[in-house]
Design a protein around this ligand. Structure first.
Ligand code: IPM
Ligand code: MG
Length: 372
């Protein structure tokens, strides 16, 4: 099969980790007789430096015309302040590029699987983690990150700022549907997370999620609600109670970083951002953007220290979710597991145990490629 993949290396370690994912994909292409064509495009800080804006039109055009997008990471201290030393305005920051491309491609569903590999059980921050295999389904193009906002001086001269967390029923409906469909393929437990004891947007969230659940009668799926502060606590108290967590944009951003350390490191967490979900018959084709949950880690950028596994596992999600290549995806995932079982560790997951060896980003990528 021939597929066109847009690649946004971005900033910091983004370029290093995407290079490793491409090596893995090239190997898959050879082994399974596919043709993957990669188009490298600019976004984030590097785009600001080269074109003056975080998301050039050209990038949006190429991504829209591609079968899928691979994204490393964007941002870094270099672009926190402008030439006058003042904090850069939101729309000029590298992150605006990321939010912009998500919106431009309509990627409303962010799927973040949180899975603790058996061989990394020692790296989990919990003493007795049990089985951790959950998915955070985060609404990605609504809520406070996209609502009306303003920074101004009020009548008294005080500096003031606000952001608006706004949701429409259809925005909640479509993400709830994704969570329920995913649940049908797993153990069937969906926990909808909100702050309905305080926020209007959360009360609407809860109402609509239940409406969708009762209307569509998802067979074998159970639904429960949890307040976000409780969920933050339950995630570290007993993560094995969760199967699918569905939540709005800001809560999902925070909870997914929290959940990531349960897997040993933020460097292990892949993600998919989708404009919809393939049905079982797989007749729909949906564009997806695949990126690790971690950031650009400027402190270790360019030093061959980054963990490329979240990026490589994101590429596996791309194979499965956008290209319908289940076998190939599993091959990549198994290769990652074997490399870890052999004791290879990047710095973030290295605990100094016998039989483990610390390796750099390129060596880790090469090892995974070698296992395919
Ligand atoms: C993430 C990141 C982004 C987000 C930032 C970089 C804008 O934290 O993907 O979780 O908040 O969505
Ligand atoms: Mg985040």
């Amino acid at each position: 099969m021939k597929k066109n993949i847009a690649v946004i290396g971005g900033d910091g370690i983004g370029v290093e980790i995407t290079a490793e994912a491409i090596k893995v994909l090239n190997k898959i292409a050879v082994k399974y007789n596919h043709e993957f064509e990669f188009a490298h495009v600019l976004m984030g800080g590097v785009a600001i430096d080269e074109t003056g804006v975080p998301l050039p039109e050209e990038t949006v055009k190429i991504c829209k015309a591609s079968d899928a997008v691979l994204l490393g990471a964007v941002g870094g201290p270099k672009w926190d302040t402008g030439s006058d030393g003042k904090p850069l305005q939101g729309h000029l920051r590298p992150e605006a590029g990321l939010l912009g491309i998500r919106a431009a491609l309509g990627l409303f569903a962010n799927i973040r699987p949180v899975k603790l590999f058996d061989v990394l059980a020692d790296s989990c921050v919990l003493k007795n983690p049990g089985k951790i295999d959950l998915i955070i389904v985060r609404e990605l193009i609504g809520g406070a990150y996209f609502g009306k906002r303003e920074t101004y001086k009020d009548e008294s001269g005080a500096r003031a700022a606000y952001d608006t967390m706004l949701y429409r029923d259809w925005e909640i409906e479509r993400i709830a549907e994704i969570a329920f469909k995913l649940a049908q393929k797993r153990s069937g437990r969906v926990c909808s997370v909100d702050k309905a004891n305080v926020l209007d947007s959360s009360r609407l969230w809860r109402e609509v999620v239940w409406e969708v659940y009762n209307r569509e009668k998802y067979k074998g799926v159970t639904l429960s609600d949890m307040l976000v502060d409780n969920c933050a606590m339950q995630l570290v108290r007993d993560p094995s109670q969760f199967d699918i967590i569905v939540t709005e944009n800001l809560f999902g951003d925070i909870l997914s970083d929290e959940a990531s350390v349960l897997t040993g490191s933020l460097g292990m967490l892949p993600s998919a951002s989708l404009a919809g979900i393939c049905t079982d018959s797989r007749t729909e084709s949906v564009i997806g953007m695949y990126e690790p949950c971690h950031g650009s880690a400027p402190d270790i950028a360019g030093q061959d220290k980054a963990n490329p596994l979240a990026m490589i596992l994101s590429a596996a999600m791309m194979l499965r979710l956008s290209f319908d290549m289940d076998k190939e995806a599993l091959d990549v995932e198994n290769a990652v597991e074997r490399v870890l079982a052999k004791g290879l560790r990047t710095g973030d997951i290295y605990r100094g145990y016998d039989g483990t060896k610390i390796v750099g980003c390129a060596e880790m990528g090469a090892a995974v490629t070698g296992e395919i």
